[in-house]
Ligand binder design. Structure first.
Ligand code: HEM
Length: 409
């Protein structure tokens, strides 16, 4: 452990913590240390406030399922991710992300209706075709190629645009704005502008689909608005939430997962040579556990006093649930630092836990399974084209990943 971390543990440690650049897949040493000391500990964040950081799997599951824990970001004491998120809290309409209880259940029902088993199943051939075409285009172009640009980013963007009924031609616009929206160091103005740009664009499509619906998810949301179940702004916000949540995360998993497999050739071979789909399905669960791309903590606030792990969380205290460190909790996953696609990792919390658990997880699983198996089978000589220590990792974004990944084959 670095001296800085040891020193800071004598006071209240700062969160988020730095990862060790020599072990880019490991969660920060500081969160590991905190989990060993007490999985429910105080940290300090950007605004000087001291919310609780929850680093152990058991404590996390307990709190994520506890109705005394809220996602209401407007309550004083809520531990916002950065200044921009705090400053613009008033302009974000209600959605699944910031509502609790019955109100949350109502939004969530409308969204989960969009993810019918039939719709996700019907998307599989489309995902496969998209992946095949993108790999064809990559191999027809020059070597090395950037895997992020050629495959990791376009696959989930094309799929979510198709599902929502948003023209993919607008992906550059969304990409630029969503980068600002999830950048830790974006100013409040940049953050607000990015959200406003995307929101207005989405609202316009929703309004069109209220008049002229098609067979897509935004038309479903527009239908709820037309029937008065929600208003058009809430429908646009649901669509925007899905667009952002549905491509940044999967894109990071594709690129970082490929890198992790290239660095663990024995695990990669098992996926490449697999004839049984369950091998790839299990590998995706293990990569979700191992990579911990959701590394900035799920933000919550206590509505009532809660006693947990010998600590007393008071009503009004901020709570941050740090998923990447708990997926390396050795009590749940022995030898967590070992990427082992044969282990049983299905109980990981990479998609969250409790009432706010990821709505798009079946879609994300389908995308990851198809990408890893197709890429590794089609390009058996795939390799990173630069020295490992020159790969740049995204520590400044909501989700962890790589900015680019030059590969050759
Ligand atoms: C590998 C890819 C993905 C990862 C790692 C991921 C991770 C997560 C996590 C950890 C949460 C819980 C948030 C919380 O408790 O505060 C979540 C929620 C959510 N995710 Fe995902 N997600 C992924 C893909 C997707 C996709 C593809 C979609 C949609 C198309 C999606 C839509 C959502 C939505 C709408 C929520 C909010 C649910 C609620 O608050 O009730 N996600 N996701």
């Amino acid at each position: 452990m670095s001296e800085a971390v040891t020193e800071s543990l004598t006071e209240t440690p700062y969160f988020p913590m730095e990862r060790d650049p020599r072990c880019p897949f490991d969660p920060p040493e500081g969160t590991k240390k905190l989990r060993e000391i007490n999985p429910v500990s105080r940290v300090e964040i950007w605004d000087g406030s001291k919310p609780w950081l929850i680093t152990g799997l058991e404590a996390q599951k307990e709190l994520l399922g506890d109705p005394r824990i809220s996602v209401d970001e407007k309550l004083p004491g809520f531990p916002h991710w950065n200044e921009g998120m705090a400053a613009n809290v008033g302009i974000r309409p209600k959605s699944v992300f910031n509502s609790d209880g019955e109100e949350h259940a109502r939004f969530r029902r409308m969204m989960t209706r969009a993810f019918t088993v039939k719709r996700v199943k019907a998307l599989r051939p489309f995902i496969q075709q998209t992946v095949d075409e993108l790999i064809d285009a990559m191999v027809a172009g020059p070597k090395p190629a950037d895997l992020v640009e050629k495959l990791a980013l376009p696959v989930p963007s094309i799929v979510i645009c198709q599902m929502l009924g948003v023209p993919y031609e607008n992906h550059d616009f969304f990409q630029e704005n969503s980068v600002q929206a999830v950048d830790r160091y974006a100013t409040p103005e940049q953050n607000m502008q990015a959200f406003a740009n995307m929101f207005m664009f989405m609202l316009e499509i929703v309004q069109k689909k209220m008049e002229d619906p098609a067979d897509d998810v935004l038309s479903d949301f527009a239908g709820y608005a037309r029937d008065g179940e929600i208003d058009a702004a809430e429908a646009a916000q649901m669509g925007l939430g899905m667009l952002i949540a549905g491509h940044e995360t999967s894109a990071n998993m594709i690129a970082l997962g490929t890198l992790a497999l290239l660095e663990n050739p024995d695990q990669l071979e098992m996926i490449r040579d697999a004839e049984d789909d369950t091998v790839v399905a299990d590998a995706v669960e293990e990569l979700m556990r191992y990579l911990g791309i959701i590394h900035n903590g799920q933000r919550r606030i206590a509505l009532e006093d809660i006693d947990i792990s010998g600590q007393h969380i008071k009503a009004g205290d901020g709570v941050i649930i740090e998923l990447s460190s708990s997926n390396w909790d050795p009590a749940a996953f022995p030898e967590p630092e070992r990427l082992d696609i044969t282990r049983s990792a299905r109980l990981h919390t990479g998609f969250g836990f409790g009432p706010h658990q990821c709505i798009g997880q079946q879609l994300a699983r389908a995308e990851l399974q198809i990408v890893y198996s197709t890429l590794l089978k089609r390009l058996p000589d795939l390799a990173v084209a630069i020295p490992a220590d020159r790969v740049e990792f995204k520590s400044d974004r909501l989700a962890y990943g790589v900015y680019s990944l030059p590969v050759t084959w």
